[in-house]
Design a protein around this ligand. Structure first.
Ligand code: 1JT
Length: 255
């Protein structure tokens, strides 16, 4: 397919080949897009260069969202290389490890601020910086998780950050609609990525979810990638401000 012919995208959040961001990038690449990639810190630079460096006309830029100068420089480099931007896939989140276990009530001010800044505010930041480059409209997609709306033990402050992110998607969609820019979230089922690793009991959580979900399995990163492709393509031209579940149906189940 060639759903993204002549389109330029920016993908945030590739850490390795198992990243949800990478699955999104692959789906978009297969559909003809040119893509820029951002990474946070030198630790991830080599990985991203190895993966994305092989794609034609790719651009790899550092972007630590807590550093506004770095964000500005990244968008300047994108404008310089491509002269336009059609979509963004925002697949970054962070909370200090100790905030993702134990009692939510014990979350520190610092952990709360960090989680909300990196996981939610960063979407505003990139949307604001990208809008001038999205001259023919655009599409912004971010990643959420069920813990935004129901209590998922240990997800804690990330659930609050994802709730803010999903609300932010609606407010950004309302603001940017007049410029033809759509903003949506994907609420993905749990996937064994680098971020998920180190999460206590991830293995048993994955099997619990697989058992309860209508499709009787866990979702794959490639399925999230295909949904991101749909959302950034013109096939989704009437969809904005939504959170779309890609979770094998888990969220619809009651007892
Ligand atoms: C982050 C991490 C964001 C893990 C994440 C995440 N969004 C989903 N996951 C996987 C996950 C994590 C927990 C969980 C269920 C799923 C780790 C680094 C910070 C950002 O709780 C049951 C804790």
């Amino acid at each position: 397919m060639n759903l993204l012919e002549n389109k330029v995208g920016l993908v945030l959040g590739v850490a390795n080949k198992r990243s949800i961001a990478w699955a999104c990038a692959e789906a978009c690449h297969r559909n003809g897009a040119l893509q820029a990639f951002s990474y946070q810190g030198d630790r991830l630079k080599e990985n991203v260069e190895k993966l994305a460096g092989e794609l034609p006309e790719s651009l790899i830029v550092p972007m630590d969202v807590t550093n506004q100068a770095e964000v500005d420089a990244a968008f300047e480099a994108i404008g310089k290389k491509y002269g336009r931007l059609d979509y963004i896939i925002h697949s970054i989140a962070f909370a200090p490890r100790e905030a993702l276990e134990g009692d939510y009530v014990a979350t520190t001010r610092d952990a709360f601020r960090t989680a909300l800044e990196i996981s939610a505010f960063s979407l505003n930041q990139v949307a604001f910086a990208a809008a001038p480059l999205m001259k023919e409209g655009g599409s912004i997609v971010t990643m959420s998780y069920y813990g935004a709306e129901k209590v998922v033990r240990n997800y804690n402050v990330m659930g609050v950050a994802k709730a803010a992110l999903e609300a932010s998607v609606r407010y950004l969609a309302a603001d940017l609609g007049r410029q033809g820019i759509r903003v949506n979230a994907i609420s993905a089922g749990p996937i064994n990525t680098l971020s998920a690793r180190g999460v206590k009991n991830m293995g048993s959580m994955l099997s619990y979810v697989a058992e309860k979900a209508p499709l009787q399995r866990n979702v794959e990163a490639a399925e999230v990638g295909n949904t991101a492709l749909f959302l950034v393509s013109d096939l989704a031209s009437g969809i904005t401000g939504e959170t779309i579940y890609v979770d094998c149906g888990y969220n619809i189940m009651g007892l």
